[in-house]
Design a protein around this ligand. Sequence first.
Ligand code: GRG
Length: 306
Amino acid sequence: MCNIAPGASPNRTVSFHRRIDHYLARTARKLDAVLPSADERPERLHDAMRYAVFNGGKRVRPLLVYATGECLGIDEALLDGPAAAIELIHAFSLVHDDLPAMDDDDLRRGKPTVHRQYDEATAILAADALQPLAFSVLADIEAPPDVRVRLVRLLADACGSIGMTGGQAIDLASEGRTLSAPDLEHMYALKTGALIHASVVSVGLLKPDLPEDAANALDRFARTVGVAFQIRDDILDIEGETEVIGKPAGSDAGLRKATYPGQFGIVDARRRCDELLADAFRELAPLDGHAESLRWLARYIVERAF
Ligand code: GRG
């Protein structure tokens, strides 16, 4: 087992899910602080940015940041910046994902998508503004300059052509096609996994003395969970109800998307999720008892109902 100091977060004697509200409140406060007020000009743009960020959302990525922080014993105040930055990138990606040129969705989180609530140009601009805001937040965190540069690089790679955007390009190019299981999982690892990976690995960067085996364990854990997250998402698209998942059920089939359950069936998709969860748990072994929060979140990710 590697040597990691116990976490300095509140109420560590109770299960992680009892601390979630605390972390959601921290995330909301930080996002509210960094987003321009809707009264500030240009008001409509700022209003749309706030709508994109505050119209619901489970905040899984910020929770992964705080859970990893618990695991590594990092002061939670230092985690607010990375948690908010990653959520801003996530919000921006969803606005783009819903646009007519992408998935053309009217509903997100049970509410009109940003281009439906405002208009297409405002949605594009709101997303365009959320992305640089994320990097500005990272540039301001209370860490040595070299750590901030590494964080910016990690997030830039995670959302660029070797990360989320590349995954989205493969996803769009795969409509109507059949992919092998490894190719599907590669697409998932980029489209969805890259940001989930960054949520965990960014916290490791805040601890320069992190032992290599712990850093490698977190890296592999995050990659595994990222793929499981997208398979679960695809299962929910088939099995979920629109009112529960907050977006039109069955839209992947409508768009002839290449998905794991679409190609291999729900049973195999569930089996693959369980396999990935077991792998993820195994990866956490070097972190031993410090990783209870990450184990809780990984299970939540593969069992969630929306
Ligand atoms: C130009 C960098 C750039 C990005 C645009 C549109 C796009 C490229 C990428 C989209 C990637 C994407 C939307 C992947 C899907 C990930 C996914 C499963 C999102 C849903 O995440 P949840 O369930 O959402 O965490 P909530 O609503 O809870 O926040």
